[in-house]
Design a binder for this molecule. Sequence first.
Ligand code: PEP
Ligand code: MN
Length: 352
Amino acid sequence: MIVVMKVGTPELEIARVNQEFSERGLTPEKIVGKHKVVIGLVGETAALDPLQIQEISPWIEDVLRVEQPFKRASLEFRHGDYSEVIVPTPNGPVAIGKNHPLTIVAGPCSVENEAMIIETALRVKAAGAHFLRGGAYKPRTSPYAFQGHGESALELLAAAKQASGLGIITEVMDTADLEKIAEVADVIQIGARNMQNFAMLKKVGAQDKPVLLKRGMAATIEEWLMAAEYLLAAGNPNVILCERGIRTFDQKYTRNTLDLSVLPVLRNLTHLPIMIDPSHGTGKSDYVPAMAAAAIAAGADSLMIEVHPNPAKALSDGPQSLTPERFDRVMQELSIIGKAVGRWPQVKAAIA
Ligand code: PEP
Ligand code: MN
């Protein structure tokens, strides 16, 4: 249930109304939107009568039920106000969301050594990226495949952050590593395979760093939003959704099927920012530029693109990785469509 307060409601009155809700055993959540303050109520609201709630204060404009099973993640919960995730980085804060320019995340699948991660960081920054991605802990189908360098790779990410000023996005595979990952990462990634690891969602939701939640490869949109709900319910409001392709009947020519229809669908359902990952979505570097362009045209808030200085020698996901040269060219191509939809960041000008 949400309680919409009238424009100009005094702070003291909002506090009084919140207090009243708490006394009734509800958990009020104050959401300050662009124009109005909304109080989200989660708990046993089924028996509540909206008319009685309305009587608590003359400053209450409306009382509405949230029909979706994902309460906090729903667009209704914020009364149609899209959320933004603001991430402090050494190069300055980066805002991710519907009302902001596109955010670009780029880097290798895995952090392999210091030279490659620093080179990649500097190259993707020069091309206009805001974040460096790179796995220290990798989810691999085979136990014999490269598993990531673990803790030592976190140090390399810290060095790349220092060299480039880029924010860092890296994946958590085991919550035992969460604290040390959070020391380096500016955004913590939960990978497709852990999207429904509910114990992990609770722990990552209880820490402060923003979270990038990838869609499970066979997850419905509702399951994905319910997973986001775990993070929000645990207290972390800074959640970004990332579509990375799903399993369909035809996986012969692409690794996954990139579901770009999530862009308009999620916009109707949730206030959370949306990232698209055409690298895992297609599995082939040749297909990445077209799907990245399509994602921007369809309204993505952010793109994640794998870039490796030598894809042929990559320890993971080489076939879907762009070289830094190609990434730079692709960024120039994407700028045309980005500008056409009014979402292209002025990164180069800002940090040149
Ligand atoms: C990755 O980002 O490198 C990764 C393993 O992604 P996903 O969880 O989408 O497979
Ligand atoms: Mn990868």
